[in-house]
Design a protein. Structure first.
Length: 125
């Protein structure tokens, strides 16, 4: 979100505060999803690694998401890695690869340097 500051200049204001450095994988994913809904791609993208890109799970700036269902327990859990699924409501993608409406989306997170980060995702685990 861009706002005019008191000095009259334009600056970016995060709509969603980032999680604490020691946040759990569930908190990191929940924060990403809230940032996605708020179209706060600065926060959303800061929660991913360089492998978390459009085409590998990242949806911010590629698909408008209007709702998500609360995440439950992880679908997979290995040492330092976890996978969740959630149901998103989207407007669909311009290229048609993501249909409009409700769809199940998977997110993989991994522990990197003591912090949980998104590493990939998509319509299948």
């Amino acid at each position: 979100m861009t706002l005019r500051t008191a000095s009259g200049s334009w600056g970016f204001v995060r709509a969603v505060p980032p999680p604490q450095a020691d946040a759990s994988h569930a908190v990191v994913l929940e924060t990403y999803l809230r940032a996605l809904l708020a179209e706060d791609c600065v926060t959303a993208q800061a929660l991913g690694t360089d492998t978390f890109t459009v085409g590998n799970g990242e949806l911010c700036e590629a698909v408008e998401v209007s709702a998500f269902e609360p995440i439950g327990e992880p679908a997979g859990l290995r040492a330092g890695e976890v996978t969740y699924s959630t149901v998103l409501t989207t407007s669909g993608s311009d290229d048609g690869s993501i249909p409009p409406g409700r769809l199940t989306w998977f997110y993989s997170l991994a522990e990197r340097d003591g912090e949980w980060r998104l590493v990939g995702g998509g319509s299948g685990p």
